[in-house]
Structure formats: C-alpha cells, structure tokens
Design a protein around this ligand. Structure first.
Ligand SMILES: [Zn+2]
Length: 198
C-alpha cells in the first residue's frame, strides 16, 4: 500500500480496477494476503469520505473456497448482511457523516452450478477436502467492500472506531491507511486498539 501516493481521483480509479478484475488483483496482491489481517483505506476529499475494506475471505466467511452447500451459501449471505450493517462496523466521533452508498457483492464467492455435469464434477470434489485443496494450490480469495459517506463538517471528525473485531471475530489486525488531499497516515488496529485517530 505504500506505493499509493497519488491523488484521490487516481486512488478511486484503482478501486474501480480492483473491483472489475478482482481475481487478477488478488493474485497480484497475494503477498499481502495474510489470514487474520485486513486492509482498510480511508480517502477524504472535501465533504466526501470513502472507505475500502479488503480482507481475506476467511476472516469474514471462515473459508475461501466457493460456497456450494446450503450452509456455506447461507454464511455468505449472512456475511453480506453484516458487511452492509455499517453502523456496527464504523463509529464516527463526529462530523455528521451519513452513508450514501455501500458496495458489497459476495456473489462471486458462491458456486454457480450451470450444468448437471458441472454439478456432478463438483460433487466428486468432496467438500471435506476443499479446504486442503485450497491450501495445497494456494487458491485464496478476498472480499472487498466500499462505503461512501457525505460529512457535514469534516473538520470536526477526529476519529473512527472499528467494530470489525466484534462482528468478525477471526479478524485480528486491520492495517488502515488514511489519505487526504493534504497527506496520508497509517495505523495498525487490533481488538484492543480499534480507533483510527486523525
Ligand atoms: Zn487465503
């Protein structure tokens, strides 16, 4: 993340590219993929505040293979609901920030059985082994979520406290980066130190 020294506009473009080619981005980013650790980027420009979470899927779902059983698919859907519950994830000290949009799409993490043959082939890959296969082949997956806020008084905003450690207990560390038009800062958050101070 230290390579991002660019303007807010370019940073947003990187977000878009990440979303469009998530699979490729994941491979490029594999060195940063540490189970238990996530990245949170906060970009502030004018009265707009953007938050991007990038996390190994295992921190949120408990697995990284595609969900195929009813139970796994339910887990994905529940996680999507939890990720959408922004009030549980972010507590703003002040500033009058209101969420205008959240972009969370975990549909890629659900196995789409298109044909009977596919379904049959998949069945052969016994689910008990899917985790092993994933480890063996280094097949990791990540979840990216975006939150967009409008703030009435950005100057008043002094901190954001994170609820991720409570909502997703497998999260152990969140590396946060704050990017404003005047500079940037980084912090490492944990369960016992979960407040980003500006
Ligand atoms: Zn992984």
């Amino acid at each position: 993340m230290t390579t991002i020294r660019t303007s807010v506009g370019v940073f947003s473009s990187i977000f878009v590219v990440s979303c469009l080619s998530l699979a490729r981005a994941q491979h490029a980013n594999l060195s940063a993929h540490v189970h238990g650790a996530s990245e949170l980027n906060i970009v502030i420009g004018g009265n707009k505040l953007e938050i991007q979470l990038r996390s190994p899927a295992i921190n949120i779902l408990g697995f990284e293979h595609k969900a195929s059983t009813e139970q796994q698919i339910r887990k994905v859907k529940q996680s999507e609901v939890k990720l959408n519950d922004h009030n549980a994830l972010f507590s703003f000290s002040s500033g009058g920030c209101r969420l205008t949009q959240a972009k969370i799409d975990l549909s890629d993490l659900i196995e789409h059985k298109t044909t009977e043959k596919d379904a049959h082939d998949h069945h052969k890959n016994d689910l008990d082994h899917s985790q092993e296969q994933e480890d063996e082949h280094g097949d990791h997956s990540e979840i990216v979520a975006h939150y967009y806020y409008d703030c009435e008084d950005m100057d008043e905003l002094s901190s954001i406290s994170l609820g991720f450690f409570d909502v997703f207990p497998a999260m152990q560390q969140i590396k946060s980066m704050l990017i404003t038009t005047s500079g940037q800062g980084a912090a490492s958050l944990t369960r016992s130190n979960k407040t980003i101070t500006f």
